[in-house]
Each structure stands twice: as structure tokens, then as C-alpha cells.
Design a binder for this molecule. Sequence first.
Ligand SMILES: Cc1ncc(COP(=O)(O)O)c(C=O)c1O
Length: 302
Amino acid sequence: MELGVMTPGDEVIVPANTFIASVLAVTRCGLVPVFVEPCAETSLIDDSLIEAAITPRTRAVMIVHLYGRCAWTERISDICRRHGLKLIEDNAQAHGAVFREQRTGSLGDAAGHSFYPAKNLGALGDAGAVTTDDDALADVVRRLGNYGMEPKYHCDVQGLNSRIDEIQAAVLTVKLRYLDEDNNRRRAIADIYSEMLPPHLASPSPDASFLTANPSSVFHVFPIFTEQRDALQRYLLSEGVETNIHYPIPPHRQRCFPQFNHLSLPVTERLAATELSLPISPALSPSGARIAAEKILHFIQK
Ligand SMILES: Cc1ncc(COP(=O)(O)O)c(C=O)c1O
């Protein structure tokens, strides 16, 4: 069976600012991640830097729709087309996001999805999927996720057990009907934060505004950026408001990747040092979001 065009040592361009799982998906295959810095306004891969990162060994570009924001751009698509590169989407955080009437997860050659319970489309336990409109690739993915078997008990390739179980699939099938409604609830919470908080908190870049940079966001995360991040997080916790950080240590600085620890990726490192994720979920009440915003205002006006 032809598994594709990649051989160990081939390179995949990945955003430096992402959850480590995006990068592990590359390294697990014996491929080499080439990190590209994010745009400070959006926190998403900076498409103006991608072409310079391409080498004769580059085979694919992975974009990550981080925080629920669509990372796909015409420019990225064009670069992939011109250089014969596959475009892979990490859609773990952006279920339901629509860009020019097309859902994320259908914008590239293939997309990875996580249905971890806290995701916008979450199962009751771990689950995930790959989407693609390439039938041959779909066959390969199905086979790899079932020990590489095809037909049963015949393995031409070494696969793994990565099947979604039926109960999770059934739950997701029902929850899918409510995804747009749930995402609208997230948007309503995001609107409250956007109205109540000063715009400069939305981004390390002073000219960015909360929503105009990300009209298609489904707000998996509502990030703010502040030099006082750790003190603010402690204060909010003492006031009963739980927050999170996405992510405190960028992949290239993780100890599991000593080969990348020397890299200097200042935009990514700045985001990691200043990002704070505010409470957001379809279950959060508007009054809960207002209380959180008031406490943030109280802290920054002190
Ligand atoms: C951007 C991103 N990619 C990949 C993953 C991995 O998903 P899973 O935990 O379902 O394997 C996650 C989940 O946390 C994620 O946020």
C-alpha cells in the first residue's frame, strides 16, 4: 500500500504557538517540525513567514485553528499549491468555525479533530477524527487506525488502535446538532468580554481589536495578554474565577524536545509569558462573564 509521499526526515511546517499535540503528530511519524512564528495580532501562524521556511525536504504545512480562530488564508493555500505541499489543518479547537461559508476542517487536504470533552464538540471521553475529501487518504487513515489491517488480519503496514468507540460516536452525533447553538453561546460571552474589557488586553499588538481580527472565531478560548498575567491569575482565583494558560511552555521549549530548545521564537515566547484564558463555555452564564470582567477591571485599575 502506498502510504504517501513522506519519508523520515522530511519536514512539516508547524506554528510555533500551539499545543504540543500538533508537533507530536509530526515527530511521531519521524518527520521534522519546522516552527513558524505567529502573527502577534492573531496568535496564529504568520503566513508571511511560511515561504522562507520551505526547504527541499518540506512536504506539508500544518495550520492550527488556535483558540477557535481560523488560521487558513488565501496566501497559505497558494503557497501550498505552488510548492506542491499538503495543507493539514489541526481543527481540535475550532469545530463549527465558518470561513467564507466553509467550515474549518474542510479547507485543506486533511484535518485532525479532537473531541476531548472540553472541546467545542466534546465527547464524554477521549475521541477524535480525521476529515478529508481524498478517498484514498481516507482508506489509509481508516486502515492505520485499525492496526493497519485490510482485509481483516492482513497487515501490510504497522498501524495502531485508534478507533473511536461507538458510544462516543453516538454522543457526538447528537451533540453535533447543537454545535452552532453552543458556539453562539460562546460568542455571546466573548461579546461581553469585548464590550467590558479594554481592547489592549486582547492582543500584545496595540492596534488589534477583539473581534475584527477573528470574525470567524468560535471562541474555544478567550485569551487576553498582560504583563501582569501571573498576578492577575492569582487574584482572579482568590476571587473564585478560574482561568487557564494556553500555553505556559511552547513546544520548542519543552524538555522532551532538547533538539529545539536552542531556538529563539520571541513572538511565541512573549505570548506564552503573557496569555491568560478567561472562563468561556456554552454553560457559562452572561452574569458569570460580567463578574469575571468586573474583577479584571478592578485588578487593572488598582
Ligand atoms: C490544538 C490541539 N491539537 C491537538 C490536540 C490533541 O487532541 P487530543 O487530546 O484529542 O489528542 C489538542 C487537544 O488538546 C489541541 O488543543
